[in-house]
Design a protein around this ligand. Sequence first.
Ligand code: PLP
Ligand code: ZN
Length: 427
Amino acid sequence: MTSAVSAPAAIPTSPARGLVCRACGAEYPLIAQHACYECFGPLEVAYDEAALARVTRAEIESGPQNIWRYAGLLPAGQDPATRVTLDPGLTPLVSAPALAAAVGLRAPLYVKDDSANPTHSFKDRVVSVALTAARGLGFTRFACASTGNLANSVAAHAARAGAPSIVFIPYDLEQGKVITTAVYGGDLVAIEGSYDDVNRLCGELVETDEFEDTAFVNVNVRPFYAEGSKTLGYEVAEQLGWRIPAQVVIPMASGELLTKVDKAFSELVEIGLATAPEGGWTVFGAQSAGCNPIATALHKGTDEIIPVKPTGIAKSLNIGDPAAGAYAIEAVRRTGGWMDYADDDEIRAGIRLLAETTGIFAETAGGTTVAVLKKLVESGKLDPERETVVYNTGEGLKTLDAVAELVGPTHRIKPSLRGAREAGLLG
Ligand SMILES: Cc1ncc(COP(=O)(O)O)c(C=O)c1O
Ligand SMILES: [Zn+2]
């Protein structure tokens, strides 16, 4: 017998089964908690393997043109009605032969250009996942501790969702990051200290009664936030025809993004959605010379990360005490990769090289990553014969000061043919 009224389609449920301590393996339910009660280690989302394995390529390919096509592999947002989002993702994977030639790579090179997201950095991915989970957990106000891009994204997401926001930044950020946060409304608190001071204060605020209703995307709901970065791994694999690239170069602040791209690749291979390159993939990390605690520990051969006081123009990467640093080192060592760092002049040169060879204008984080790519080829750490993807995670218009004194009009002429001739434009 057929019914005249069809049953409503079942809303798919989250494949996440709980939170697990990255250090000791203790398990917790899916709640707003980021540190382990047993050992203070960081928590991350653990999944029901069988649920992940049910996700198919066809299902993903017929999904929306944004990160939510991977909802079956994320902890929240399976029901579109529950999403707090600007629908980021599916940003271009740009073939970059001229950049490859300039840095000495002979294999194909691609730039994953995440400046194409709604607030022009990869942070829209992590914020969409964090705030969707946060609203599901009952939070009504949205917050973060930010080096700039996260502030933009949280304020914009809150505006779209009609929710109040309060974001915390160091007082000395680039004007381009401050304005592109303030414009969305919401509270914007500039703190007279470094990002690490901002983060510490947010860790204290989140424990107060006054902030009980507030989700700090990278504090109390950090495990969900971190999962959003996996989509930068899924997307690259899908855009390459469901292949994992042989080498990836990724900027590091907390080190979280790097660990999650690696986690995404592992998941795709485990559930049979993508193929690994021969010999496996290799992960490389990029920092600035003004804030290089993770790369320094790797270079010294230790796991112990000694916090630094950050300096230099790559402010979005200026986290002196990186929460996921040890895990980034683990991923890089396990895959046979390396980390390096670039000074301010090298970062500026990296921004210009990327712009001149690909038409992509990156912020200082992207300049750092391109500069480090070049160094890794020069030092022989990165194999010039293997396919490589370099991640540009942010937009150059937000950090104009970095190159303002280096570039400008190449000619200034009177508005006449004579003026053009005198300037040598007519031969
Ligand atoms: C543009 C940009 N790239 C990369 C990162 C590094 O992210 P993670 O803290 O996950 O290492 C950040 C962090 O703020 C960023 O703003
Ligand atoms: Zn633990």
